[in-house]
Design a protein. Structure first.
Length: 200
């Protein structure tokens, strides 16, 4: 599953470009999906897969469990003291954004409720993670092309301190070589199993 350039990603008409203006884009991944019919939205796909487009393999689950174990040992995932709490990206939402979101901002999801939903629109979903290592956001988006669909997965990373670059450098080989390619393959498999199998 390939990465694409920041320039290609920023040409897309996505709300995230406005909302996260100034937040460093770490990388963007894509997976092309066959089209059984026009008009499929990300929201429809998420509902078809019970809100879980990614299906972690045993290897990915093991790596995630290891990261969470290390995080518990070193307190990486504890909430920051109130004097160090970072502003959530949801603070950037307008009233119109909040009204448009299909899920209330701030809803927790993922393993141990680590992620918080910033917004979920018809074809975009943004979640964030705030802990002692990073303030990160992950965007999932679905874009219909002339003959297919393209699923985008973008990662934004803000520094949580001097250790953030070292932390990201340590996890990047696992993230880029194993975790994200396997997760994006599961997006394609889940699309084939649900959306493509149901057709029109």
């Amino acid at each position: 599953m390939p990465q694409i350039s920041e320039r290609e990603f920023e040409r897309l008409p996505l709300h995230v470009h406005c909302l996260l203006a100034g937040v460093p884009l770490h990388d963007v991944w894509v997976v092309d999906l066959p089209s059984p019919r026009p008009g499929i939205t990300l929201d429809e796909f998420l509902r078809a897969v019970s809100e879980r487009p990614f299906t972690p393999t045993p290897l990915v689950r093991a790596l995630l469990d290891l990261r969470l174990f290390i995080g518990r040992c070193f307190g990486w995932d504890r909430r920051r003291p109130s004097t160090q709490v970072a502003a959530t990206f949801a603070d950037r939402l307008t009233d119109a954004d909040r009204a448009r979101s299909l899920v209330p901002p701030g809803v927790r999801e993922g393993p141990d409720g680590l992620f918080r939903v910033v917004y979920r629109f018809e074809n975009e979903k943004l979640v964030e993670l705030i802990n002692r290592t990073v303030h990160a956001a992950a965007l999932s988006a679905l874009v219909e092309t002339a003959s297919s669909y393209r699923f985008y997965f973008a990662v934004y990373v803000c520094s949580a301190g001097w250790w953030t670059p070292f932390y990201m450098a340590a996890i990047d080989p696992f993230r880029k070589l194993l975790v994200y390619p396997l997760l994006l393959r599961s997006v394609r498999a889940n699309w084939d199993r649900t959306v493509l199998a149901l057709g029109s």
